[in-house]
Design a protein around this ligand. Structure first.
Ligand SMILES: *Cc1c(COP(=O)(O)O)cnc(C)c1O
Length: 222
């Protein structure tokens, strides 16, 4: 199947409240252009350097998201253009993003990455850690970073019920944050969950942003 056919097959399943972020990590500029020419404008990368290079090389009406781990010393490379950082996991990182937001005269939208999987290898905050950050006065003084919601990755398992439970816990936590912390600056509207293997479950459980790579572009090489 072509990139365009894959894209259309996924888009049919989206519904009104879910958007697709095409994860283009390791893909060539030509492959991304093929997806762009099929009408898709939202792309995500997991590495800062690759994101910055592709931003330079590709049309400027593309909306670029960062979905991978971000080190504070690299925020400056994406701060001028990034449309959403899915992977914020500390107050220190929020402070650096805010600093770069001031420098470039913009408010930089972010998601807090939550730890929901039963795996040791995934990054992310516990619910308690997220709440501690949001209650911190130092966070509340930041004006050039906005928290638009949360992101999570389910356990890499065939057990559909477990995946569903993990996504549901993210949805419940999202509702809780929205009720307690939303403000004109921080919407808490977005829930980034669902990848190629589990995006259908994620949509059913209330995802607003699915992050899909291999189901669009084919299996990644090693
Ligand atoms: C690679 C990646 C994805 C997409 O994975 P696929 O299985 O190719 O759909 C989604 N989210 C993050 C954070 C990723 O690194």
């Amino acid at each position: 199947m072509s990139i365009k056919e894959n894209l259309n097959r996924i888009k049919e399943k989206l519904g009104k409240s879910t958007k697709l972020v095409a994860i283009s990590k390791t893909r060539s500029v030509e492959e991304i252009i093929e997806c762009y020419n099929a009408g898709h404008k939202i792309f995500g990368e997991n590495k800062v350097q690759e994101l910055a290079d592709k931003y330079e090389a590709l049309p400027k009406d593309i909306e670029w998201h960062l979905v991978g781990h971000l080190q504070t010393n690299k925020v400056k490379y994406i701060a001028p253009f990034v449309q959403l950082i899915h992977s914020v996991d500390s107050l220190k990182l929020l402070q650096e993003i805010n600093k770069q937001g001031i420098k470039f005269g913009r408010v930089i939208p972010c998601l807090l990455q939550m730890y929901i999987a039963q795996e040791e290898t995934k990054f992310g905050l516990s619910e308690e850690e997220a709440i501690t950050i949001l209650n911190n006065k130092d966070f509340q003084e930041l004006k050039n970073v906005s928290v638009e919601g949360i992101m999570g990755m389910a356990t890499n398992t065939e057990n559909i019920e477990q995946i569903r439970i993990e996504f549901n816990s993210l949805k419940l936590f999202s509702d809780k944050l929205k009720a307690s912390f939303s403000s004109p600056l921080h919407s808490f509207l977005e829930i980034s969950m669902g990848m190629s293997s589990d995006y259908k479950i994620a949509i059913e459980e209330g995802s607003t942003l699915i992050r899909v790579g291999s189901s669009i572009f084919g299996v990644r090489g090693l």
